[in-house]
Design a protein around this ligand. Structure first.
Ligand code: UDP
Length: 332
């Protein structure tokens, strides 16, 4: 591979998925260059390549980055990602996830960087009308977070037509698990995601886990999600990068395991793996939670050659438990 294809700007590279992506890029012979404002990211998780601290819409900083080294492609992980918060504070979501991304894209075009891989989300589909959810499913997001992701997909399409931006949008279902080597893991402040909260309860860091609703139309009444390991998400990015590098064009892909697990099943699996007691408290439904989200990823398998390795929930939770047990206070 020619050297100018090696530098990958990873925006949000100090975060949960972005930091693991940098590790994988580095293993594959690429040079990650991280841009992160460290509001949610962790400096300790940036171990590969050069680090720039700043915002993704800081055009002076982007000018500096793009002129200091040739960038082959940009991976964009730097989004606010709390659905509930997006309902309460839509402004910061549209500002960070949409407006700042727009400035990043404009800056890329100004510097003739035209390969873009975007972390999108299954939240763009809204309430499912068909399960599993394929790429052709109607896109009617039901919260500002989902709308910001869909808007960026649309902006990227417009930039493709107008400016020749080549892009891949990867729509994650529920990202989960930790680095199988135990080096990197999930440490959100505040934490709102089910698996790390359940593991905190197993560690005794929380008295119990709240179950948001047991009256959904599912087998045990709790919500069903499709959990996908960060290693499999990172591999999808590498395959997408390869596709762009080989001139095979961009695309939009749903990334899930095609298998759903209920909140109760997640808790039961975590109990088995940790061997600890986990107390549950049944509470009201959380606003904006669809009953069932399960992805169809046939397109990613066929067009990218994607083969998820962590297809069992227990294997996913095991990696998360290993990291949690060894880092009870996260990166601190
Ligand atoms: N959930 C729960 N208790 C919690 C956190 C989450 O019951 O403390 C449920 C939530 O309602 C959803 C599932 O767990 O059905 C996964 O939620 P998470 O926030 O991890 O991801 P999301 O599906 O919102 O992206």
């Amino acid at each position: 591979m020619a050297d100018n294809k090696k530098n990958i700007l990873v925006v949000g590279g100090a975060g949960y998925i972005g930091s693991y992506m940098c590790k994988c890029l580095s293993k594959e012979g690429y040079t990650p260059i991280v841009l992160d404002n460290l509001i949610y990211g962790h400096r300790q998780a940036v171990k590969w390549g050069k680090f720039y601290q700043g915002n993704l819409d800081d055009t002076d900083l982007l000018d500096k980055i793009f002129t200091e080294q040739p960038i082959f492609a940009v991976f964009h992980f730097a989004a606010y990602c709390y659905v509930g918060e997006s309902v309460e504070k839509p402004g910061i979501y549209y500002e960070n996830n949409v407006a700042a991304t727009l400035r990043l894209l404009q800056s890329m075009i100004d510097h003739d960087v035209r390969k873009f891989i975007f972390s999108s989300s299954c939240a763009i589909f809204g309430e499912p009308v068909q399960i599993p959810i394929s790429e052709t499913h109607p896109k009617n997001p039901i919260n500002p977070y989902g709308r910001t992701k869909l808007m960026v997909e649309q902006i990227a399409d417009d930039f493709s037509h107008a400016h020749g931006l080549e892009h891949v949008c990867l729509r994650y279902f529920n990202a989960a698990g930790a680095d199988p080597d135990g080096e990197l893991g999930e440490d959100h402040q505040p934490e709102t995601h089910l698996i790390p909260l359940v593991l905190d309860a197993a560690l005794g860091k929380r008295p119990s886990i709240q179950i948001f609703g047991d009256d959904y139309p599912t087998e045990d009444g709790t919500c069903i999600r499709d959990y996908i390991h960060i290693e499999d998400l990172a591999q999808a990015h590498l395959l997408a990068l390869q596709k762009l590098a080989e001139g095979r064009g961009g695309g939009k892909y749903n990334l899930g395991n095609g298998k759903g697990y209920s909140v109760m099943e997640v808790i039961e699996t975590a109990k088995k793996i940790s061997g600890r007691k986990i107390l549950c408290q049944m509470v009201e439904r959380r606003a904006g939670d669809p009953a069932r989200l399960v992805g169809a990823s046939q397109k990613a398998k066929e067009e990218l050659g994607w083969k998820p390795k962590f297809t069992e929930l227990s294997d996913i939770i095991e990696t998360a438990w290993n990291w949690h047990r060894q880092h009870p206070d996260g990166y601190k």
